[in-house]
Design a protein around this ligand. Structure first.
Ligand code: HAM
Length: 426
């Protein structure tokens, strides 16, 4: 017999033990986005490979090395999406959502990159992403950053640092690119292989290099912020002033260049010092050129995406409060009559007590084995119904997680009792 089939490296199952963690983040993000009037868009996982080549850039790591792309049975080149912005823009153009209007959209789901898996870096990972269209002014950057900061507060995530930079317009970046090429070419002998390759293809990414031997050289490189035109500089100053008004601290980081080609002007990244090398938990920026590149009419746009796995790892480290999904109440029975009565009693309680999470034992057996399952379920209370209780119209309430005394209560008073004694958050 051959062995069991294993999952793919870098691609993980999300098991029931982590459901509350995921649910906590998903519910909080959904609520915060709704609080700012953002609408959900659900996008396909498969897109034409061409889309990402045009949007993310042919000479980026994502497109060059990391994309899961294949020919489908009809001969078309298809990719598993490595990120969500390109598909969102594609859908927006295709359905006429972008031109001459303001859109605030969010999406979530799995993304795929053939990266070297390590802690916080996976081949299938999940993002919550937000994209806004139609606002050229800095108000929308400020709103997006405030919205992400609100989400961290809601989740109980503290200690993130906000890195901020401006990449200027595409033209300014192009001019700066030449300045950088000149600078690094003068010091070609000090560059490593990776940077030499990038010198021709994507010189801004040299600034991103983690090689300590290059730190000095990079430290002395010309700064993009000093090469911004006056409109870009004003725009950036307004973004900064807006954040200061809201009391959102940031660090200017002229080395923040981002790994995707579509950014213009403001870029930002929320980082943690708790997760090692994979420290970006949320990143994004303005991409005023992308709608045009993908065949739409020129439309300003800004967005970000957060890495769900990284945020969840951080929430575990910080011991953030989680939503409770386990049952609050577990019903055990003894005797045929009690078992029959319990079925309709449980349905009635779920009807009458808002958001009650109640699990009825279905395994049967002795009280002892039912209580074992009650304990394993995580419930706080057991309701105990035997034939004698069924006859007298009563039920016993037994606390499972405290020393509080057991009590007996009339079945007809049970719904009201549960409503006051079992808050939905329990
Ligand atoms: P990104 O920086 O490539 O940007 O990814 C956004 C976030 O996804 C990262 O900050 C990180 O938390 C998470 N992430 C990326 N790769 C992995 C991985 N292999 N494993 C786990 N987490 C990962 C984008 O994708 C842009 N589309 C963001 C954006 C939206 N810009 C404008 N709008």
């Amino acid at each position: 017999m051959s062995g069991a089939v294993q999952s793919i490296r870098g691609i993980h199952d999300i098991l029931p033990a982590d459901a509350a963690l995921w649910f906590t983040l998903e519910a909080a993000a959904t609520e915060v986005f709704a609080a700012y009037g953002y609408q959900q868009i659900r996008l396909p996982i498969l897109e034409r490979t061409e889309l990402f080549k045009r949007a993310v850039g042919e000479v980026t790591d994502i497109v060059e090395k990391e994309m899961y792309s294949f020919e489908d049975r009809g001969g078309d080149s298809i990719a598993l999406r490595p990120e969500g912005t390109a598909g969102c823009v594609r859908a927006g153009i295709e359905h006429g959502l972008l031109h001459n209007q303001i859109q605030r959209l969010w999406y979530h789901g799995p993304m795929f990159r053939y990266e070297r898996p390590q802690k916080g870096r996976y081949r299938q990972f999940h993002q919550f992403g937000v994209e806004t269209f139609g606002v050229a002014g800095p108000a929308v950057e400020i709103e997006l950053i405030a919205m992400s900061a609100r989400l961290w507060r809601k989740l109980g995530i503290s200690g993130l640092s906000l890195q901020l930079n401006s990449l200027g317009t595409l033209e300014e970046r192009q001019a700066y690119r030449q300045t950088l090429v000149d600078y690094f070419s003068d010091h070609r002998d000090r560059l490593d292989d990776d940077s030499l390759r990038r010198l021709d293809s994507n010189p801004l990414r040299i600034l991103d290099s983690k090689n300590p031997a290059l730190a000095d050289l990079i430290g002395q490189a010309p700064e993009l912020l000093e090469h911004l035109g006056s409109e870009s500089a004003d725009h950036f100053a307004e973004v900064r002033a807006g954040l200061e008004t809201l009391g959102i601290a940031y660090q200017l980081n002229s080395r923040l260049v981002r790994g995707l080609d579509y950014y213009t002007r403001t870029v930002f990244e929320w980082r943690t010092d708790q997760l090692g090398a994979q420290d970006a938990v949320c990143s994004g920026g303005r991409f005023d050129g992308l709608v045009d590149w993908l065949g739409g009419r020129p439309t300003p746009a800004v967005g970000f995406a957060m890495g769900v796995e990284r945020l969840l790892a951080l929430m575990q480290i910080l011991d953030c409060p989680l939503r409770r999904l386990e049952p609050a109440v577990y019903v055990v029975t003894q005797g045929d009559k009690a078992a029959r009565l319990a079925v309709s009693l449980c349905e009635e309680l779920r009807d009458r007590v808002p958001r009650l999470r109640l699990m009825k034992d279905v395994g049967g057996g002795s009280f002892k084995s039912q209580f074992k399952r009650a304990d394993k379920s995580g419930a706080h209370l057991a309701l105990v119904l035997g034939d004698a209780e069924a006859d007298s119209g009563q039920v016993q309430i037994k606390p499972l997680r405290s020393d509080a005394a057991q009590q007996t209560i009339a079945v007809k008073e049970l719904a009201a009792w549960l409503e006051t004694h079992v808050p939905p958050t329990h």
